[in-house]
Design a protein around this ligand. Structure first.
Ligand code: ARG
Length: 454
């Protein structure tokens, strides 16, 4: 009979059992379920709601069940519906009536809210470590490439010269924000819901603060209806994960472009590339493509969660069981992407010659030619027009601005003098941009050193 079977006159249809049960996906929360139940049982004993001896036996047996699950000695059943009732059923099968006292003053509604928080909090620690690993990889890559000049793009058209360090440090900023979002998320989610009961709290004198303390929560929920209805923390984590995927996906897109024959800026390591079954010459950036592609499923998880929640009346509704597969999928996906992406980055070879070559084309120093004229007194708009004419001239004559003779320069403006060549060299363009946030080696180095000591 089901743990809740008392008021029923017949058993559920087999199809309903399959449909209703969540054990096939919530079994992964077994450790958190046991941890939560142990804290609850301890508190019940301390408060004299159950005897100390019963409390001790429950805590001890739950510990044994945990060991047995981890040793592969336990089989969960669909009959017991979900991880909460599976563990309770096993407990009762081992210690009989004492086990039946565990669920005093608790509902599966506050239990599942607790377990999800504990589970996602544990996962978030791993995610944070992985993000830190990726940040470290990026920092090393940047530190090694403070002098590696490449073209910077807007509209995917060459714009101004930058360095590879400057470029990848943009991703460092993005992933740092992701890490800080994860930390912020924890501040809001680390609140203990047990004691909310089914929705209206309980008449037992539970010590909620004690349970919160046992389980490392910062606070307890302040409204029992919200305590069991709230899945903000699930949606919010799905958003944090989606944002990580946006960043991984943009970075992937660049790596895919850079590794193409047309760009040739990077050469991916063989260990992080794959071949074609038909074209012998191919080396494909599959890791980057998959990371880009997997962003879609994480966004889908977020959309699914928001849509699932938006029409639900308070308090618990079974719809909310659907939160798990989606947030688990989002967590699993990001956890799979982060380390492999970091591995791909740290092993890829840079084709610095190609990057420099790229920066030399496309008139990336045109802004600096205009700035040269401005520094000698010409209003910026006039300077812009002069250089525009110079670019058109260069295009007609298949040359670049720095290759023009002094005579040619003078044809456009007599302000130009010999010092222009130095003023518009790629090295000057990059290293005179010392403004905080800019690509100059000394500026970038300062930023990187600051992050290293963090
Ligand atoms: N398996 C359920 C879930 O994941 C647990 C809570 C069930 N509560 C209930 N009243 N049916 O949401």
């Amino acid at each position: 009979m089901k743990l809740w079977g008392g008021r029923f006159s017949k058993s559920t249809d087999k199809s309903v059992d399959d449909f209703n049960s969540s054990i096939r996906f919530d079994a992964r929360m077994y450790a958190q379920d046991i941890r939560g139940s142990q804290a609850h049982a301890k508190m019940l004993g301390k408060q004299g709601i159950i005897s100390q001896a019963d409390s001790d036996l429950i805590v001890k047996t739950l510990g044994e069940i945990l060991t047995d699950i981890e040793g592969g000695k336990v089989e969960f059943t669909i009959d017991a519906e979900d991880i909460h009732m599976n563990i309770e059923t096993i407990l009762i099968s081992r210690i009989g009536d004492v086990g039946k006292r565990l669920h005093t003053g608790r509902s599966r509604n506050d239990q599942v809210a607790l377990d999800c928080r504990l589970y996602l909090r544990d996962e978030s620690e791993e995610l944070a470590e992985m993000l830190k690993g990726l940040l470290k990889t990026i920092l090393t890559l940047a530190d090694e490439n403070l002098d590696t000049i490449m073209p910077g793009y807007t509209h995917l058209q060459k714009a101004q010269p930058i360095t590879f360090a400057h470029h990848v440090m943009a991703y460092y900023e993005m992933f740092s924000r992701d890490l800080s979002r994860l930390n912020d998320w924890k501040k809001r989610m680390n609140i203990m819901p047990l004691g909310s009961g089914a929705l209206a709290g309980t008449t037992y004198p539970l010590d909620r603060e004690f349970v919160a303390n046992e389980l490392d929560f910062d606070d307890i929920t302040k409204n029992s209806i919200d305590g069991v209805s709230d899945r903000d923390f699930v949606c919010e984590l799905a958003f944090v994960l989606s944002m990580i995927m946006v960043h991984l996906s943009r970075f992937s897109e660049e790596i895919i472009l850079w590794s193409s024959n047309e760009f040739g800026f990077v050469d991916l390591d063989d260990a992080y590339s794959t071949g074609s079954s038909i074209m012998p010459q191919k080396k494909n950036p599959d890791v980057a493509e998959l990371a880009r592609g997997k962003s879609g499923r994480v966004f889908g998880d977020l959309m699914g969660l928001l849509t699932m929640m938006k029409g639900l009346p308070l308090a618990y509704n079974k719809d909310m069981q659907e939160d798990k597969e989606q947030i688990f999928d989002a967590v699993d996906t990001v956890k799979m992407c982060l380390p492999v992406f970091a591995g791909m980055l740290s092993t890829m070879k840079l084709r610095k010659d190609k990057m420099l070559q790229g920066a030399k084309g496309g008139f990336t120093n045109a802004t600096d030619v205009a700035d040269y004229l401005v520094k000698k007194g010409l209003p910026f708009r006039d300077a812009h027009a002069v250089v525009g004419r110079m670019v058109a001239y260069c295009l007609d004559n298949d040359t670049v601005i720095d290759a023009l003779s002094m005579e040619e320069f003078k044809n456009f403006s007599d302000i130009f003098a010999q010092d222009v060549y130095d003023a518009i060299s790629l090295d000057t363009c990059v290293n005179m941009r010392k403004i905080t946030g800019g690509p100059a080696k000394e500026t970038m180095k300062k930023i990187i050193d600051g992050y290293k000591n963090n």
